[in-house]
Design a protein around this ligand. Structure first.
Ligand SMILES: NC(=O)c1ccc[n+]([C@@H]2O[C@H](COP(=O)([O-])OP(=O)(O)OC[C@H]3O[C@@H](n4cnc5c(N)ncnc54)[C@H](OP(=O)(O)O)[C@@H]3O)[C@@H](O)[C@H]2O)c1
Length: 216
């Protein structure tokens, strides 16, 4: 399975690339191909040191979309609309959104668009045949990047496409100790996205590190 990461040079993108590339073909995308190649080399060296074999490449965001079966949009919310407008070829692809619309002030707030969530905004922006799945919203990037440690969290997954949701849930269940949970249709995306500002506020007010969600 080929997984393209748009914005794959960022915190969550690189972390996901590290974890996923030992099992899947990971294509790191960037606005600058050279930056993506550097990120790909950095990830490869880190995995080499651990004796792990990986499949990684670094390309433009457009090529990451074109060459992937599954596209992860690892972009800050404020760059989502212009980036989607600049890219083509999402038709029929599974598109994963870990995007959380948030504002950082005295506290961290969930600030969704008028559509209700980043997931529902994507439904408006992407071609009708794109198979949008909201997932990976609530795990901190540095936990992804600490590859020597297990990832032991629940991952809530929303989608209107049951088959795509199942494919992504199966993928999640292959990563470390992550446990995928069906969180319903895309209209529930706001519930999943808004957990992240809650997590960040709990971290801040309780001086806790590595706050995450495990439903049981
Ligand atoms: N960080 C976390 O712990 C975490 C956890 C869960 C979910 N998320 C969600 O994941 C998404 C990505 O978060 P992140 O922390 O990884 O973001 P980030 O590191 O700040 O940025 C990711 C990438 O976005 C690209 N980018 C920056 N400015 C841009 C622009 N003007 N136009 C287009 N692309 C631009 C950059 O790639 P290039 O310069 O290479 O193009 C950058 O590497 C967010 O929506 C966040 O809510 C983050």
């Amino acid at each position: 399975m080929r997984i393209g990461i748009v914005g794959g040079t960022g915190d969550i993108g690189e972390g996901m690339a590290l974890r996923l590339s030992t099992r899947y073909d990971v294509i790191i995308g960037s606005r600058e191909e050279e930056k993506a190649k550097t990120a790909s080399t950095t990830c490869r060296l880190r995995l080499d040191e651990l004796g792990k074999v990986c499949s990684l490449s670094g390309v433009s965001n457009q090529r990451a979309v074109d060459e992937a079966d599954i596209v992860v949009l690892a972009l800050p919310y404020k760059h989502l609309v212009p980036t989607i407008a600049s890219l083509t070829g999402f038709e029929g692809k599974i598109v994963i959104s870990p995007v959380n619309p948030m504002e950082f002030g005295e506290t961290v707030s969930y600030v969704p668009p008028p559509e209700g969530s980043a997931g529902l905004l994507l439904k408006k922006l992407l071609p009708e045949s794109a198979r949008i799945v909201v997932a990976f919203n609530n795990i901190a990037a540095h936990r992804w990047q600490t590859i020597g440690e297990d990832l032991d969290y629940s991952v809530a997954v929303c989608s209107d496409d049951e088959e795509a949701k199942k494919i992504v849930m199966d993928l999640i269940n292959t990563i470390s100790h992550l446990a995928a949970l069906d969180a319903g249709p895309l209209k529930n995306a706001a519930l999943v996205e808004s957990l992240t500002p809650l997590i960040l506020n709990i971290s801040k007010y309780n001086r806790m590190k590595d706050v995450g969600v495990y439903f049981r």
